[in-house]
Structure formats: C-alpha cells, structure tokens
Design a protein around this ligand. Structure first.
Ligand code: PLP
Length: 396
C-alpha cells in the first residue's frame, strides 16, 4: 500500500542534507569576522570573483547580492532598457522574467524543445527584430543550452546573450563551461543551489567594459576614477558581504567532487529507471559534456496515470520519503503578474504556441540534487519509490 494511504514508507531515514559544510567554512567565517572588514572593499569578495571566473573560464567575475540582481545588472550593462525586447524561455523560475520587467523591457517567449527543458534555439532567430536587445536562455536544472548555436545567433543578429546559469555551476557544453563565452553568465548562490552561501550571486564576462559597468551598478554607480559621491550613473547597493564570500570560497573547493558524485548517481538512477513506464528521467542534451545536476527532472507519463493530477503523484512520492516537487507548473506567460504586464504591453502569448512548455509544466517533477549526494542505497530508494507509486497508481 502507498504510504500516502497509510502503507510503509520506502525511505525512512533522511537523504543527505544540504548544504554541506565543515571546519573549513567555520574557520573561514571566523577569520572574516576577526578581520573586521565585513562589507565593501574586502579581499574575500574580490578573491571570489577571481576564483569563480577562473573556474568558469571567463576573464572577469563580479560577485553580487543574488542571482536575480546578477541578471538585472547584466541585462542593464548590456544595454537593455525601457521598451526593449528580450527573447527568453517561459519555462523557468520567475526571476528570469521579473528582471526584464523591472528594467521596463518586454519578455518575448519562445517554446522549449520537445522532451527537454531548455529553450528551442531553432525558434529564436526568427523572433529577432530591431527591438530585441538580448537573448536570455536558462540552463534549466543544470542541463546546458547549446552555447555554440546561441552565440552564433548573437553574432549574426548583433544581440547580447545573458545566460541564466543560476542552476548550472560547472555544467559544460562540448567542453566549455556555461557562462564562459557569451556576453555574461549569471549565477545564484541561494540556499538550494549547488554552490551556496544562503544567498548570493555572481556575473561572469569576458568583456572588460561589461565587467566595469556591472561592478559600478552593484556599487551605487561608483567608479574608481570618481569621488565617493560623484557618480555618473544610478546604481544599486547589490554588494555581496565578506561572510558570503568566505563561505563560497570554501564551497567552491567541494564543487568538483560533488558534481562527479551526482553525475555517477544520475547515470545509475537513469539506468534503474529504464524499466519504468510511468516515469522517465529527462537526460541532458547530447552536447552536454558535464552536468552539475542541480535537479533530477522526471516526466510523468500521463497516459499511464490516467488523469491523476501531477500534484497528487508528487504528494505520493513525498509520502514515500522522496523530496519531490511539482517543478514549475505555470509557464511564465500564464503567471498572473507577467500575463497582466504582457497584456498591458500588447504582447500576445497564446498557450497553443507553446505545446512543449505546456506539456512540461503539466508533467515534470523535480527532485533536489541532494538525493544524488549519497550512495547506491539513496539512488535505489528514489527508484523504488517511483516504481511503487507507478505500480500502485490505482490507489491515487
Ligand atoms: C533559473 C533561476 N533563475 C534565477 C534565479 C534567482 O536566483 P536568486 O534566488 O539567487 O535571486 C533562480 C534561483 O532562485 C533560478 O533557479
């Protein structure tokens, strides 16, 4: 019997907890405290920018307050402003679009690929017109977007590419890390992310002018050549603190081994799940040479579950002890505040134009990456819970 109906749970003990930390983080935090420099001008934030940029393979790294502000600042630094259009995906966290709106620009949505999670690049070029200033793809769950194609669209049409890499630290497309070759990459260090300090963000870029402008925008518009209160541009205080940087510098040292473990366990889980008919594991696209697996993303085969709502299936998995979620059940063009904004701007986004996004929103289930940080038993328990829910679906 399913646990949701009073049966025994598949997984009783907790999965590995997240975040992972140790003495290294404790000592780094204490050292930051004792330095007496907790904010602007600290060495740790500057060091983090260098360390992270070098890890990604980009020239500059600008730490900031969170992933949302990273996106907003990078868009603004690439010239996006009121009335401009930004081509993006409707299948993402709301921040990817809210920053476009905050700048007075308009999100132009393009469907995602069939069977996957990322924007369909074959549809992007045809949407570029004179008002489009930037393309904003998202590496969903750590699955990398084809960077080569997006950069060639960018070159051909003279538009910027700002990558939302909030979920993709260390993911690679054909050997190149995401965030290393476009106008800018934007990362998040929010609590659930694969590198975290509770909150935090960072912009990577190879363009010195973009890096300088981002650094200025997050620091109230200040520039090295001007006096403290003599700024030419209006910026924000989106600075990162030294405490966040202290933790992140230690967390970065854990990233590669954690990615390796997640990759191994993802391969194992995918193999085990091959025998299931009710769930399929969504695999990274073939050009993905490395995936950080921020999320395990599954598709519910709706026909087998005959009308059982996705939410009910998620509840059943949770009752079995699996930390599953319903993902993003509402595509952003239907998200009420964005839908109202689009209507106000006279942009029509008919759900019929987004069959793959609609299917994804209706059928995808997400599981947090910490389930991949254990051993065989943890992976097997995820599989067993899926198999049990599939087998006993009539109880739902
Ligand atoms: C795809 C995506 N974009 C943007 C963000 C925003 O990042 P933050 O929460 O650090 O502001 C997140 C995470 O929350 C995200 O998952």
């Amino acid at each position: 019997m399913l646990a949701i109906k009073g049966g025994e749970r598949v997984r009783v003990e907790p999965f590995p907890s997240w975040p992972v930390w140790g003495r290294e983080e404790e000592e780094a935090l204490l050292a930051a405290l004792r330095s007496g420099v907790w904010g602007r001008g600290g060495q740790l934030t500057q060091r983090l920018g260098e360390v992270f940029a070098s890890y990604i393979g980009s020239r500059f790294g600008v730490p900031c307050m969170n992933g949302t502000t990273a996106l907003k600042v990078a868009l603004r630094a690439s010239g996006v402003g009121p009335g401009d259009k930004v081509i993006t995906t409707p299948y993402t966290f709301v921040a990817t679009s809210s920053v476009i709106v905050e700048l007075g620009a308009v999100p132009i949505y393009v469907d995602i690929v069939e069977g996957g999670v990322n924007i369909d690049l074959s549809l992007v070029a045809e949407r570029v017109d004179g008002d489009v200033k930037a393309i904003l793809p998202v590496h969903v769950g750590g699955h990398p977007v084809d960077i080569d194609v997006i950069n060639s669209i960018s070159r051909e049409h003279c538009v910027s590419v700002i990558e939302d890499a909030a979920e993709a630290h260390g993911s690679e497309w054909r050997g190149r890390r995401v965030g290393s070759s476009s106008t800018a990459g934007c990362f998040s260090f929010q609590s659930s992310k694969v590198v975290t300090s509770g909150e935090g963000g960072l912009i990577t870029t190879n363009d010195e002018a973009v890096a300088s402008l981002c650094s200025s925008l997050i620091d109230c518009g200040r520039t090295p050549d001007k006096d403290w209160y003599e700024n030419d541009i209006l910026g924000y205080n989106y600075r990162m603190s030294e405490f966040q940087a202290a933790i992140l510098l230690e967390q970065m040292k854990r990233l590669d081994s954690q990615i390796e473990r997640r990759q191994q366990n993802f391969t194992l889980l995918s193999k085990l799940c091959e025998e299931l008919e009710g769930f399929s594991v969504i695999k990274p696209p073939p050009g993905a040479s490395r995936t950080c697996h921020y999320l395990v993303m599954l598709r519910v085969e709706a026909e087998l579950f005959r009308g059982v709502p996705k939410r009910r299936i998620v509840e059943a998995l949770r009752a079995e002890g699996i930390p599953a979620s319903a993902g993003w059940p509402v595509p952003l063009y239907r998200y009420p505040p964005l839908a109202r904004y689009l209507e106000h701007k006279g942009v029509r986004s008919d759900p019929d134009a987004f069959p793959n996004t609609e299917a994804a929103a209706a059928t995808h289930i997400f599981i947090h990456h910490r389930v991949l940080l254990g051993g065989y038993k943890e992976v097997e328990d995820v599989f067993k819970a899926l198999r049990k829910v599939e087998k006993n679906r009539d109880e739902l």
